[in-house]
Each structure stands twice: as C-alpha cells, then as structure tokens.
Design a protein around this ligand. Sequence first.
Ligand SMILES: [Zn+2]
Length: 64
Amino acid sequence: MSDLRITSECPKCGEERVQVGYEQSELIQLLRTGAMIDAYCMACDEHWELSVEERADIARLLNK
Ligand SMILES: [Zn+2]
C-alpha cells in the first residue's frame, strides 16, 4: 500500500503543505465515513481540517 501525497493550504501562512502519514486505505475510509481529515503546518505549528474542495481533490486522486 503506497502513501498518497496530499497537500492542504495552511490557513495561517497560506502555503501549500504536504500532509504526511496518511495511507491510501486510511484516506478512503475517512472520505467514506465523512470523518475530518487533519492537516498540519510545521512552520506555524497549526492544525486545521481539510476543506470540502481538498477532500474532493483527494477523492479524484484515489479514483484514478
Ligand atoms: Zn502555516
């Protein structure tokens, strides 16, 4: 099972941050159940929830 490279924009600094540590199977499960997907910016030490648009992007990647 390969890791999927997902990114999310940090609400604090506005930079696209790569989110590591999510496996593909885990993301599929989170999307299916509607559970929140947590994102993190190391520079700001900020946590946030992925937006609906970003979730849709991930779903598209997973359906490839
Ligand atoms: Zn940031």
